[in-house]
Design a binder for this molecule. Structure first.
Ligand code: ADP
Ligand code: MG
Ligand code: ZN
Length: 607
């Protein structure tokens, strides 16, 4: 629209300009040279003229004495008429040598035709541009329904294969089968086996789902069409479905190949449960995916892979046999996997000799593959910033905390008072963690602000854990509250620094009751249906499936858990006040304490 207006204005200006030009030209053309003509008549009557050459409205007069003059006559009036009008005697005219010369071609024609042509031309050009911009919009609208799937070709240079994916052994094992299906379909069809159509990758963000899908295509050496679930969802109803159709059409043409629908939960949510507008569109898109997957000839050799981190919200129809019947779960990497992933990403980075990726892996429980990749990248950046030629352990450790908590904010200068409060707060966390038998040992305490946190205490598990006990959780809540309680104990006053601790403690206590069935009074059941809905862009997380009375009981139970934790933590702080003071003194002096320094003050963690 803006373009149209701009075009219009430009044309208008050009038009004005040309019109002005013409009116000037035209005006000069109209003007006859009255005095000149009178002179000419006089000269003819005196027989001074030898000959006249007529060139359009111009008369080139050759005088007998050799001079030449140019006179302009009125347009449309011929010379003979002119002479007759001035009553020149015919005998004198007969003496004149009159020659008519064509006006120099182009000029003449231009002058004659242009005035008529220009407006048409302008209008024509204007209409042409109008049409073109409208057409552009049209074709764009037509393209809308086409899928925007990106195709990664077979001979892509930065092709990834299973070599680039570390850990996730079981998943790779399963996917090797898919690779075989794509490479040697005959082997399976000859035995009457039906090649699976869909593979669903499940796993939390950053566990390598997208990477693994690409690696599968790379390994099988087939084209790879990837599209994200959210790309199906557009402003217009029906676009998603049409894109699905187009995507499958394209894919079938280049079989064998892999179609990869990333973040499929964007379209594949359970139907019929949503509120809000985008719902119909999503349903149509999902239906179309189902239809297309059913519509494959049994052995079309197109395999649809999809990834999601929310399998719980997927529509059951997607999971039916014949659709995404293969489900592969990617776990968070354990320590060995983490080391392997670090190795993969360290391949092109020069590491110092003393670097032990094992030690980095030990310190990064809960990190996903993406976090680890990010960690190594951060370390490389840090090393470059420090003008080092290789990455050393220092940078790697520093990057762990950067990835976990955000960059250090050394510029945030604490006043003496604030520094003291933060030190007591963090020391409180550390001491209570130290004297709680089920919590992980303290790895690091710091009162340097990092990301959102004013200070931080890092605990590290000795080994990877998959199950957690109630005692662990109860102690964890106590540790979370310890910062708050230490402040209260020492200063008799509380600051805002404990907000996120309190929130996390409360959240954890609630989870114990509603998700883990760890409350004795409420018993082994869950509360709240976690089915998620999106309404006006806001997620409504929980649907109550319990009564008002139970809600009250849950609140009471939360308070009970919190009270227990407070009692526990306060007891430890009171009892170990000496240790607390020593840790605080060390923190104020050094700002950061590593595990060894901490244990020098308080001794080894009691078993
Ligand atoms: P997801 O799709 O599961 O959210 P991605 O596949 O996009 O995660 O992973 C993000 C990045 O993390 C990858 O590009 C890769 O660099 C790294 N990564 C994740 N898992 C692994 C792994 N198992 N091995 C190597 N790199 C990994
Ligand atoms: Mg992904
Ligand atoms: Zn805290």
């Amino acid at each position: 629209m803006k373009n149209l207006i701009k075009n219009f204005i430009i044309f208008f200006i050009i038009f004005l300009f040309i019109a002005a030009l013409f009116s000037m030209y035209g005006a000069s053309g109209q003007k006859s040279d009255k005095a000149g003509i009178e002179t000419l008549i006089y000269q003819i009557n005196n027989e001074e003229v030898a000959g006249i050459v007529i060139e359009g409205d111009e008369l080139k007069v050759a005088l007998k004495d050799g001079r030449e003059e140019t006179v302009k006559k009125e347009p449309g009036e011929s010379l003979s008429e002119l002479l007759k009008n001035f009553n020149v005697e015919p005998a004198k005219i007969a003496n004149l040598k009159i020659e008519v010369k064509d006006e120099s071609g182009l000029d003449f024609w231009l002058a004659a035709i242009l005035p008529f042509l220009i407006p048409f031309l302008l209008i024509g050009v204007f209409i042409y541009f109008m049409m073109r911009s409208v057409q552009g919009a049209n074709t764009r609208a037509m393209m809308f329904g086409q899928s925007q799937a990106r195709e990664a070709g077979k001979d892509n240079k930065d092709k990834v294969t299973f070599k680039d994916v570390a850990g996730v052994k079981e998943a790779k094992e399963e996917l090797k089968e898919v690779v075989d299906f794509l490479k040697y379909p005959k082997k399976f069809t000859e035995l009457g086996a039906r090649i699976p159509k869909g593979v669903l990758l499940l796993g939390s963000p950053g566990t390598g789902k997208t990477l693994l899908a690409r690696a599968t295509a790379g390994e099988a050496n087939v084209p790879f069409f990837s599209i994200s679930g959210s790309e199906f969802v557009e402003m217009f109803v029906g676009v998603g479905a049409s894109r699905v159709r187009d995507l499958f059409k394209k894919a079938k043409k280049s079989a064998p190949c892999i179609i990869f629908i990333d973040e499929i939960d964007a379209v594949g949510r359970r139907r019929g449960s949503g509120l809000g507008g985008s719902h119909d569109e999503r349903e149509q898109t999902l239906n179309q995916i189902l239809v297309e997957m059913d519509g494959f000839e049994p052995n079309a050799n197109v395999i649809v892979m999809a990834a999601t981190n929310r399998p719980d919200v997927l529509d059951p129809a997607l999971l039916r046999p014949g659709r995404f019947d293969r489900r592969i779960t990617l776990d968070e990497p354990d320590i060995a996997d983490r080391e392997a992933i670090l190795k993969v990403h360290a391949r092109k980075k020069p590491l110092a000799k003393e670097v032990s990726l094992r030690r980095v892996a030990e310190r990064t429980p809960g990190f996903s593959g993406a976090d680890l990749a990010n960690l190594l990248n951060e370390a490389a950046i840090l090393a470059a910033r420090r003008d080092k030629k290789v990455i050393e352990m220092d940078e790697l450790y520093e990057s762990i905390e950067r990835v976990m908590l955000g960059p250090e904010r050394k510029s945030r200068i604490l006043s003496e008072k604030e520094k003291k409060i933060t030190a007591y707060h963090e020391a409180g966390h550390a001491i209570v963690a130290h004297y709680s038998p089920h919590t992980d040992p303290v790895q690091k305490i710091s009162i340097i602000a990092r990301g959102q946190a004013g200070g931080y205490t890092i605990k590290l598990p000795i080994e990877d854990k998959h199950l957690h006990t109630k005692s662990e959780f109860v102690e964890e809540i106590a540790v979370l509250l310890a910062g708050y309680l230490a402040e209260q104990e020492v200063f008799g006053e509380i600051t805002t620094g404990a907000t996120s601790d309190l929130r996390r403690a409360t959240g954890l206590a609630r989870k114990l009751i509603t998700d883990f069935g760890m409350s004795e009074t409420l018993g082994p059941r869950t509360f709240g249906d976690k089915e998620e809905m999106i309404f006006l862009g806001r997620e409504i997380h929980e649907q109550r499936d319990y009564s008002e009375k139970i809600a009250e009981q849950i609140d009471k139970e939360i308070s009970v858990f919190i009270e227990q934790a407070v009692h526990r933590a306060r007891g430890i702080i009171k009892q170990k006040r000496d240790d607390l003071e020593k840790v605080v003194a060390a923190l104020i002096k050094k700002e950061t304490l590593e595990r060894e320094e901490f244990e020098k003050i308080v001794g080894k963690k009691p078993a």
